[in-house]
Design a protein around this ligand. Structure first.
Ligand code: DGL
Length: 269
């Protein structure tokens, strides 16, 4: 089984393209909706929440966990990898994030070496994209902007309302004058506002984690048959939330066009 973890609904923008590209596997999705947004929390809290999620998922027999969350990937991934995976055999347990393949894709796509990044406060403060991009090409200039109010709007299903769109425009305004040709949606929730983002950032490549993660996971599984061979393949899909299962089901069916069984409510703390 492959598990996807996010603070809430954002990771579904990654799970969906992964399921489309690799439909044969069993998938488990965990949304910690009760504690979203993570991005406004301290580093210590984000690490604690992520650790609780990882513990829970390993306890369910999952061997491969994808942090479908830029915030957890920026702040907690390395900590988790060092604490839980050091010394264990590669094929036993694995936790992967969503950042590096997106940074690599940005390098392929930018023509003028000016890249924008929007994300949560925690992701932007971590400067993770600046660090990854400068490793790949130190010539590239990165312009980043935290957008802390977008995830609460999305979690409330308010993201297509005029109030949300006007705040989005305010966040994007400074980026419009930076002459970027590529914009990384550095939060997996933001593709849910992709239409509005595209309208404001005309003629800019908009990169989101979903399809990029799907392709990089496919390549990863091809390169690691010892991990791939351990994954169950019965096309089962299971959803877990720490908040209201009915709202989770409604949101998922409305915005992702898939019918799902009522999620199970779980407690992580
Ligand atoms: N979807 C998340 C991300 O990619 C988490 C957002 C949040 O909970 O603040 O950063």
């Amino acid at each position: 089984m492959i598990a996807f973890f996010d603070s809430g609904y954002g990771g579904l923008t990654v799970l969906k393209p992964v399921m489309d590209l690799l439909p044969e596997y069993d998938y488990l999705y965990l949304g910690d909706n009760a504690r979203a947004p993570y991005g406004n929390h301290s580093e210590e809290s984000i690490k604690k929440f992520s650790e609780q999620a990882v513990n829970y998922l390993f306890g369910q027999g999952v061997s491969l966990i994808i942090f479908a969350c830029n915030t957890a990937s920026s702040v907690a991934l390395r900590f988790i990898q060092e604490k839980y995976l050091k010394g264990s055999k590669e094929e036993d347990r694995k936790v992967l994030g969503v950042l590096i393949p997106v940074a690599q894709e940005a390098m392929r796509r930018t023509g003028n070496n000016r890249v924008g990044v929007i994300g949560t406060k925690a992701t932007i403060n971590s400067k993770v994209y600046e660090k990854e991009i400068s490793k790949l090409n130190p010539e590239v200039k990165v312009y980043s902007r935290a957008c802390p109010l977008l995830v609460p709007f999305i979690e409330e299903n308010w993201h297509h309302k005029p109030e949300a769109i006007s705040i989005l425009k305010k966040y994007l305004k400074p980026l419009k004058s930076c002459n970027i040709d590529t914009l990384i949606l550095g939060c997996t929730h933001y593709p849910l506002m992709q239409k509005e983002i595209k309208k404001t950032m005309k003629n800019v490549n908009i990169l989101q984690s979903g399809e990029i993660t799907a392709k990089s996971l496919r390549d990863y599984l091809e390169r690691h048959p010892e991990i791939e061979s351990k994954l169950s393949k019965n096309k089962s899909r299971k959803f877990l939330t720490t908040d209201d299962p009915k709202s989770f089901k409604e949101f998922t069916e409305k915005h992702f066009g898939m019918k799902i069984a009522l999620p199970e409510k779980v407690s992580l703390s």
